[in-house]
Design a binder for this molecule. Structure first.
Ligand code: FAD
Length: 386
């Protein structure tokens, strides 16, 4: 018999909505409390690998509405020449999946629609605690809700984590950057393609994210933008020799669409749960954006937890089993993300020359293997973590 009947989820991002949809499919009641009652002001784009989109498709998410099936990642070296093409689309198809470049807002809207009445917008949680076998969330207006379990999916600046670990703060890493989503395709953009530009001190990129939209980003290895430099001139000045397609995209951007970010991460927590409260996604393991894996990991975490909650295990067994399975994987992603942009944005021109030469002469088989590692990453990590 199931021990868990009612679950409270704090945070309606990718982790919270994935968890709610997974449990809905398994017949478990959950309510997602999201602080905002409106969509984010600025659109952002990201890449979701096949191992994560498989789970979303299983939940009924139409990935073609959220973004664009990714065919190739083209890597451009220090001299702005294409040094390698990773056949992500071919590999994804061979494994019965698809890796996608998406607009985050579109994906959240689709998932929110599927969640229906389970999603309650405009509810900001301010603290959580456990009372016997009951988890309690307290909201800004003083109201409270109770459940058998409370899952904190409230992102890197998690209030739920603060309730469990009042002294833990996010750490600052080197680097930062600019980005934007354009409501059109600039001329230099290749269809269904992600272009990665590796230059001394910066890693930049642009990609087709579907629905006639494109995203670009500029990441600095050291330093980063301030609020005064949230404009295209500053973004363009960061790479030493920006690729013409990137210049075109940035120059055609309205400054009001540009976002800036710094790089933060969380040191691995001793445990992701206490009492009847558990952390999932960035709330448990925020990493820098360098590994481009945070959302994929959050989705996979939430999907796996949703299935475990539906088992007949006790609350404590569910939380411990989940943590034993997922924490080694998340800790590994964190380690990779902290090594930052050492390969793609090395400041050494000699090193970059050797790197580009090695990539240019990389056999097709090896390019395919790299793509395979990314498309299926956490499936194989999961095997090695056991
Ligand atoms: C620049 C950048 C690029 C990235 N690129 C990629 C990429 O290419 N691929 C990838 O896999 N990952 C990428 N990531 C990481 C990814 O965005 C995160 O890992 C992912 O969004 C985490 O999902 P989440 O649901 O755990 O948290 P979030 O997406 O942060 O969602 C948390 C939700 O909780 C809500 N919330 C917060 N506090 C409260 C509260 N007190 N009460 C109620 N609700 C609350 C928030 O409003 C939000 O809706 C990138 C990140 C950045 C910054």
């Amino acid at each position: 018999m199931r021990n868990i009947k009612r679950v409270i989820i704090v945070g309606g991002g990718m982790a919270g909505l994935t968890l709610s949809l997974t449990m809905k499919k398994r017949g478990i009641e959950s309510v997602v409390y999201e602080q905002y009652d409106h969509q984010q002001r600025l659109d952002t784009g990201l890449l979701l690998w096949g191992f994560a989109t498989n789970r979303l498709r299983d939940l009924g998410v139409d990935m073609d509405k959220a973004g664009r099936f990714l065919e190739n990642i083209e890597i451009y070296g220090a001299k702005n020449e294409c040094v390698a093409t990773l056949p992500v689309g071919q590999v994804s198809r061979e494994h019965g999946t698809g890796s996608y470049e998406i607009n985050r807002r579109r994906l959240i809207e689709l998932m929110g629609h599927l969640a229906g009445d389970s999603l309650r917008a405009g509810h900001r949680c301010v603290s959580t605690h456990t009372d016997g076998n009951t988890a309690v969330a307290v909201f800004e207006d003083g109201s409270t809700v109770e459940g058998d379990l409370l899952i904190g999916c409230d992102g890197a600046h998690s209030v739920v984590r603060k309730s469990l670990y009042p002294d833990v703060e996010l750490e600052k890493a080197n680097g930062g950057g600019w980005g934007a989503v354009l409501p059109f395709h600039p001329p230099g953009l290749k269809e269904a393609c992600h272009l990665d530009f590796w230059q001394p001190g910066t890693k930049c990129g642009m990609a087709d994210i579907g629905n006639g939209e494109c995203r670009w980003y500029v990441n600095m290895r050291e330093g980063g933008p301030s609020s005064e430099s949230r404009n295209k001139e500053s973004a363009l000045a960061a790479p030493k020799d920006p690729h013409p397609a990137l210049v075109e995209a940035i120059e055609s951007t309205d400054d009001r669409l540009i976002w800036i970010t710094d790089q933060t991460y969380l040191k691995p927590l001793p445990s992701w749960h206490k009492g009847r409260v558990m952390l999932v996604g960035d709330a448990a393991h925020a990493s820098t954006s360098h590994a481009a894996m945070g959302a994929c990991t959050a989705i996979t975490d939430a999907f796996e937890l949703g299935h475990m909650v539906a088992s007949d295990k006790s609350a404590e067994e569910i939380m411990q089993t989940f943590e034993d399975e997922r924490k080694p994987i998340a800790d590994e992603v964190l380690k990779k993300s902290k090594s930052g942009l050492s390969m793609s944005a090395s400041n050494s021109r000699i090193w970059a020359w050797f790197r580009d030469m090695a990539f240019r002469h990389m056999p097709e088989k090896q390019a395919k293997e790299i793509a395979e590692k990314m498309v299926l990453a956490q499936e194989s990590d999961k095997d090695s973590a056991h």
